[in-house]
Write a protein that binds this ligand. Structure first.
Ligand SMILES: [Zn+2]
Length: 128
């Protein structure tokens, strides 16, 4: 995947502008402090909080991820593998709870990436 793609920064915890610096402080979504973000990019100093309340919109992106996950797993397990709907729902609830940190981080990165375009970093000739 190209490092100048918007998907790259969303999937790999990178700054949407330079795609070099980390977006969240911890690498893993399943650590205790999964929600700690850098205030600005450690590499290019891009502001990760453009305005107060900016990440309210990420809530709707997160909702879309939950919906897509639910529909995808429904069609795989209930429609494709003929799992009973009750067993599916019993398994769905804990999986959604466990995926909350992952979707939280993914939604915030996706939301900021909508507003910030990737800019390729110029490589100094001595670094090539
Ligand atoms: Zn950056």
């Amino acid at each position: 995947m190209s490092t100048h793609s918007r998907f790259y920064s969303v999937l790999f915890n990178k700054c949407p502008r330079c795609q070099q610096g980390d977006f969240f402080v911890t690498k893993s979504a399943f650590s205790l402090h999964f929600d700690r973000m850098h205030e600005q990019c450690p590499h290019c100093r891009e502001n990760f909080t453009p305005e107060p309340g900016f990440y309210w919109g990420a809530m709707f992106v997160s909702y879309a991820f939950y919906t897509a996950y639910t529909l995808l797993t429904f069609f795989i397990f209930v429609q494709g593998l003929n799992v009973d709907l009750d067993y599916y729902l019993i398994g769905l609830t804990p999986s959604l709870i466990l995926l909350t940190p992952y979707f939280f981080r993914l939604a915030r990165r996706a939301w900021l990436t909508i507003f910030i375009s990737p800019v390729p970093q110029k490589v100094h000739p001595a670094e090539r």
